[in-house]
Design a protein. Structure first.
Lengths: 492, 375
């Protein structure tokens, strides 16, 4: 079984690239021009989202998907589809997804009962075990999808889904990550780029700091910040309720992509090399340089382990200037910056340009710099897919719709969405996704989140807890920690 | 041939029972369809479903017992008297068997059979007892067991003895008793704030650190201390486990106090009086007369809390998630079950917990029986 993931990941090297090239699919990894699309102002998305039609049954162009066409013709009007996702109730993600679903409901007359679910993985598991699975569910880890597919809980899409169209519309690597034993089960919907570092724009300008483009620059800048008496260069923390530690695993993965060939990365995932292979330990040393060099991380290792990931960067917005200056985190973090947290708690649908702390103008990001030249400029990504537990025509229709650009329109308009579909026009995207898609287009390697691909005992177990132990010892037990994770790899 | 009157009565009762069962069957089938009340809108439909389920559940049970009762009433007098207890007890036993004994047996079986093909049945247990994290969890369970029940009983007993003489006894007891009304999860969230840590120089939102830093600050001002730093209470091994045990004690002291207070009031005053007349001091009469008299209650409280302690899960799960060497067997069980989907290991954890709890249960039941409560 694991072999299949590996194949998927090797292809994942080419990953999102095409999605952003705007080319029609194909396995090419050409980094073609998204360059003109930088203008954040032209946001034609609204019209696209609302445009599908207002009444069910209004004549529409064939979509290439049979059930969806029938749905758009109003055939399933009045039916309900239950959808679960891990986005928390009242969160901006849930609000954005609800918004995104509106045109589908208007056009088809199908009610989508979207339930953002706390304690998601357990809740979904319990529902599936109890025979009460939702019709559709979002899943972040390919391994979870494999488990559900293997136990026969999932509906295979192979026989009825227009897989040829999907293959043509989607980045090949994502299409393949949706497969299990050559059957299609998952349709990828949303992708995330993790290799970015956020920094306070004004603070950098005031102090004459420049965005670093190499690892050495990054270290030099860190030292400079300390020397200037400006507090600590890094905002890092990993406390995340049930999933403590995942932020650290992202760092490890991002660095390993920069210090070892892609083959090593894949062998590490598939356990063809030990978890504590010398190449991995080398990456850990690079990570220690930032995490455990005295004064580098704000609040030291106690802060890293004790602080919730949504509050990691709070000292960046301290009165009297930033106390920490750089935070490596995917784009969703913007909603959690200082005052943004409260603003979005009051109104989860608040668009990014009305946040108290604005992305781009107040806080911008740079590409987490490469380390060893021969491994180029890799990017670490993750993605969410949808899977189907119940086979009814209206459920099929929604599943098909999620594979169309229309299903991306609303969320792109709200901000913070990068689609795996190559059919989403470049000029729909605004900051930061225009920049992110360019970054991915220019990437030499794109790695899928390794911990999501490892067996859960490691990827959602000892890898997380090992990182916590490592931080607790301030990085002094590297050998032991990585050996313990290696020992925990399930046998058989 | 005409049926005898009692035969007719029985037939009618039988039909009634059949009708009840049929109605329940149909009702449950209807309830299984999540969209049965979809016409009422998303929130109202759930409410309607819950309401129907409650009526069906409570009413159904009543109807079933009623039908059974009518049925045996129709039988000849002797048979009625003989069957009546069984009619009321058998369903309960059957339900307990189905929902408690069957899964327990299933869990035990699974822990031996859910092993890689060709491996011997003890594989899961061998793995459990060689896995460092599981051993750590077991050690922690032991620490919990050694500290939590004893401390809860001692504090509860002391409080019960002391408030016995206070004028506003009820008020004082209410304060100690109140945490018992808080759920484990709720208490853990509250205590997360008690133990919260913020970097030095920032306002300490955690009560403990606020006191610690403020008091330390005074000492620093006096020149008695070089500097004071906030402590991340939940990260300091092994004291973090003690910090978590404190939450359990806070929750359970109330229970200990109430039961022991009632027991103390049950000690005949003549006994104490006689001891005092014989020249026993306050403490002597407490330890020689009161404590031995209420020993049964102490044992009951102790074992009850000990069972709760062995099963402890919520407190650790909410505060540290089992990190920083604070994990216990129940948390391991949850992780194996829901995060790793490793049923073999999860059931093994369950069996280990069960075996640990059993002797305590036995002591508890025997003790209750001796007191004539659970006879």
């Amino acid at each position: 079984m694991r072999k299949r993931w590996l194949i998927a990941t090797i292809t994942a090297l080419a990953l999102i690239v095409a999605a952003c090239g705007g080319e029609t699919a194909g396995t090419t990894t050409e980094a073609t021009g998204t360059t003109e699309a930088t203008g954040a102002t032209e946001a034609p998305v609204t019209t696209e989202a609302g445009d599908t039609s207002t009444t069910p049954g209004a004549a529409t162009e064939p979509t290439g998907y049979d059930d969806l066409d029938q749905a758009l013709a109003g055939e399933f009007e009045g039916s309900t589809v239950e959808v679960w996702a891990q986005w928390l109730p009242e969160s901006s993600e849930a609000s954005n997804f609800t918004y995104t679903l509106e045109p589908f409901q208007e056009a088809t007359g199908i009610t989508v009962d979207f339930q953002p679910t706390p304690d998601y993985e357990t809740a979904l598991q319990v529902a599936v075990d109890g025979g009460n699975a939702p019709d559709l569910a979002q899943i972040a880890q390919p391994g979870k999808m494999h488990q559900y597919a293997e136990s026969g809980s999932l509906v295979s899409l192979t026989d009825w889904f227009n897989t040829e169209k999907l293959q043509a519309d989607m980045v090949p690597a994502f299409y393949e990550l949706g497969l299990f034993q050559d059957d299609l089960y998952g349709v990828y919907y949303k992708t995330d780029v993790k290799s970015i570092v956020w920094y306070p724009v004004q603070g950098f300008a005031d102090n004459g700091y420049e965005v670093p483009t190499t690892w050495d620059d990054l270290i030099a800048l860190s030292d400079q910040i300390i020397a200037d008496g400006n507090g600590n260069p890094w905002c890092i923390s990993i406390e995340s309720q049930e999933a403590d530690g995942w932020v650290a695993t992202d760092w490890m993965e991002d660095i390993l992509l920069r210090t070892a060939p892609p083959e090593t990365y894949n062998q590490w995932i598939s356990h063809e090399i030990p978890f504590n292979d010398p190449e991995v330990l080398e990456a850990a040393d690079y990570m220690s340089q930032i995490w455990f060099t005295p004064d580098y991380a704000y609040g030291g290792n106690t802060y890293i382990n004790a602080t919730w990931i949504g509050e990691t960067q709070d000292p960046m917005f301290a009165e009297g200037g930033p106390q920490c200056w750089m935070q490596k985190q995917a784009a969703w973090i913007g909603g959690f910056w200082g005052a943004n947290r409260d603003a979005l708690a009051d109104d989860p649908s608040l668009p990014a340009d009305q946040w108290p702390i604005k992305p781009e103008t107040d806080v911008d990001f740079f590409y987490f710099p490469p380390i060893e030249e021969e491994f180029g400029t890799p990017v670490l990504g993750a993605a969410d897919m949808f899977v189907m537990f119940e086979d009814r025509p209206e459920v099929r229709a929604l599943m098909e719709w999620l594979a169309t650009p229309d299903a991306a329109a609303g969320w792109i308009e709200r901000g913070g969405f990068l689609s795996p579909l190559t059919t989403v026009p470049d000029d729909w995207y605004v900051y930061p996704n225009t920049q992110l898609s360019e970054m991915v287009a220019g990437a030499t390697t794109v790695g899928f989140d390794a911990s999501d691909l490892m067996p859960a005992e490691v990827g959602a177990g000892t890898f997380w807890s090992g990182m916590i132990d490592w931080v607790a010892a301030n990085g002094e037990n590297t050998g032991e920690v990585f050996q313990a994770i290696e020992d925990s790899w399930p046998t058989g | 041939m005409r049926p005898t009157p009692s035969g007719l009565k029985f037939l009618r009762a039988l039909l009634m029972a059949a009708a009840v069962i049929a109605a329940l069957w149909v009702g449950l089938r209807v309830l299984r369809d999540p969209n049965v009340f979809a016409g009422l809108g998303p929130s109202l439909s759930k409410l309607a479903q819950a309401l129907v389920a409650m009526i069906l559940g409570v009413g159904g049970i009543w109807a079933l017992f009623h039908a059974a009762n009518v049925m045996i009433e129709a039988l000849p007098g002797r048979a009625t008297e003989f069957l009546r207890p069984y009619v009321f007890v058998v369903p309960a036993v059957a339900v307990v068997g189905l929902y408690l004994i069957y899964p327990t047996v299933g869990t035990v079986v699974e822990s031996f059979t859910d092993v890689p093909e060709g491996a011997d049945p003890l594989t899961n247990y061998r793995q459990a007892f060689t896995n460092q994290e599981v051993l750590q969890a077991m050690r922690n369970n032991l620490v919990w067991l050694l500290i939590a029940p004893a401390v809860s009983v001692i504090i509860g007993l002391a409080f019960a003895a002391l408030v016995d003489r206070v004028r506003r006894e009820a008020v004082a007891k209410t304060f100690v008793f109140m945490p018992l009304a808080v759920s484990f999860v709720g208490a853990s969230v509250i205590w997360r704030f008690m133990y919260a840590w913020k970097p030095p120089g920032q306002p300490q939102i955690g009560v403990l650190n606020a006191i610690w830093v403020a008091a330390g600050g005074v000492l620093v001002d006096l020149g008695l201390l070089a500097e004071v730093e906030p402590v991340a209470w939940l990260q300091v091994i092994p004291w973090n486990t003690v910090a978590l045990i404190a939450i359990m004690v806070w929750l359970q002291v109330g229970l200990a106090m109430v039961i022991l207070s009632a027991a103390i009031k049950g000690v005949p005053p003549e006994l104490i009086e006689a001891a005092r007349i014989d020249g026993a001091s306050e403490l002597q009469s407490f330890f020689r007369i009161t404590v031995p008299s209420i020993w049964g209650s102490i044992l009951t409280v102790f074992t009850t809390i000990a069972i709760a302690v062995l099963k402890v899960f919520d407190i650790i799960f909410v505060t540290t998630g089992g990190n920083f060497d604070t994990s216990v067997v129940a948390v391991r069980m949850y992780q194996e079950m829901f995060r790793f989907r490793n049923f073999g290991q999860a059931t093994t954890m369950a069996v280990i917990l069960l075996l640990a709890v059993l002797p305590l249960m036995a002591i508890n039941i025997r003790n209750l029986r001796r007191q004539g409560i659970g006879a």
